[in-house]
Design a protein around this ligand. Structure first.
Ligand code: F0G
Length: 350
């Protein structure tokens, strides 16, 4: 039985005899060959389904370790700023470990499913009239002067936990892919993946991918080369104007020979519909940014035809039902509760 990240990867993580055996059996997520899109795009494309983690996003990988280490250090409470997924993961793992969580979120900009999760897992939820960047500044300051452990991705244990996704990709494919495509918000995850690929390559000679990160155009601080005061995008998960791991994202790009590019909301929503409608995989809009980036890069020649590409689907589509219903073009047909009426309709469809 899969034992969760801390146990499975302890030789790659700074685990000590005092690190608690915290887990919700996170990790070990599917890497799915996207057969229909591979054919369409002329590449060998795989999706890493991080929405299959216990709280429905990749955040569980980093959070299990950050919360375990907070407990090891004697903390009784964790705090984070979040566009939604981090807060869900922090709340779940804190509760599992028997400690309190406090989450600070931008009012009106967190997808419904994520808010429902933080509520159900028992977080203290604070909303502010401000964006993620404002919330992160606040929790950074508060955690310096009060006995709460900061579990945003500026906490190095988050990066340690999240790097394990690279190990799984290499193990599934037998070596690193040619390109690793990933959405970029606060830039912690691209930092973590690159660290993971490098560490595995040092031990196993598994090779290194080119790291391709994609920001939403209305929040593309790294692409534009300056912070964005009022970031806006339909992909609320990556609605971030001043990424905390900015310099590490640039290092991942430069060391790997990769790119950081932006995709428009239109491209994000097109990819969002495409992945659900052609492969049966429902991801949240923020996750679709990486597929939008793959499509853009194949079209502009930055991804070579025939190459092996992994795109990271960071979060589950169920987290944001409002966006799904807003972009859906399928109308629900309302019929009489009668055999004959329904039979006729079905015969018309066939
Ligand atoms: N995809 C999803 C679904 C996310 O929730 C996030 C970040 C990212 C991508 C970007 O990852 O920040 O490491 O570059 N969500 C954070 C949160 C900010 O609060 O849940 P990143």
């Amino acid at each position: 039985m899969w034992k969760g990240l801390i146990e499975e990867y302890k030789q790659f993580l700074p685990v000590t005899e005092n690190t608690p055996a915290l887990t919700l059996n996170e990790g070990n997520t599917p890497l799915i060959h996207l057969v229909n899109l591979s054919k369409k795009l002329g590449i060998e494309l795989y999706g890493k389904i991080e929405g299959a983690n216990p709280t429905g996003s990749f955040k569980d990988r980093g959070m299990v370790f950050a919360v375990a280490k907070a407990i090891e250090d004697g903390s009784k409470c964790v705090i984070c700023a979040s566009t939604g997924n981090t807060s869900a993961a922090a709340a779940a793992y804190a509760t599992r470990a028997g400690i309190q969580s406090i989450v600070v979120i931008p009012k009106g900009k967190v997808a419904l499913g994520k808010l429902a999760q933080a509520t159900m897992y028992g977080a203290k939820i604070i909303e502010i009239d401000g964006n993620f960047d404002d919330a992160l500044n606040i929790v950074r300051q508060v955690s310096e002067t009060t006995p709460v452990a900061l579990v945003n991705s500026v906490n190095p244990y988050r990066i340690e936990g999240q790097k394990t996704a690279s190990f799984e990709i290499v193990d599934a494919l037998g070596s690193a892919p040619d390109y690793l495509c990933i959405p970029v918000g606060n830039a912690g995850n691209i930092t973590a993946y690159w660290k993971g690929f490098k560490e595995y390559n040092d031990v196993k000679g598994s090779g290194l991918p080119k790291m391709y990160g994609f920001e939403a155009e209305g929040a593309a601080a790294i692409v534009k080369g300056e912070p964005i005061a009022n970031p806006e995008t339909v992909a609320t998960a990556i609605r971030i104007g001043n990424p905390a791991s900015w310099q590490y994202a640039e290092a991942a790009r430069d060391e790997s020979g990769g790119i950081i590019d932006s995709v428009t909301d239109e491209e994000i929503l097109a990819a969002y519909k495409l992945i659900a409608g052609t492969e049966g995989i429902f991801v949240e809009p923020g996750s679709a940014a990486s597929l939008a980036g793959v499509i853009k890069s194949v079209e502009n020649g930055k991804i070579a035809k025939g190459s092996k590409v992994v795109t990271v689907f960071t979060g589950n589509g169920l987290k944001d039902p409002d966006t799904a219903m807003n972009v859906s073009t399928v109308d629900v047909v309302s019929l009489k509760n009668e055999d004959e009426v329904i039979r006729k309709y079905i015969e018309g469809v066939l």
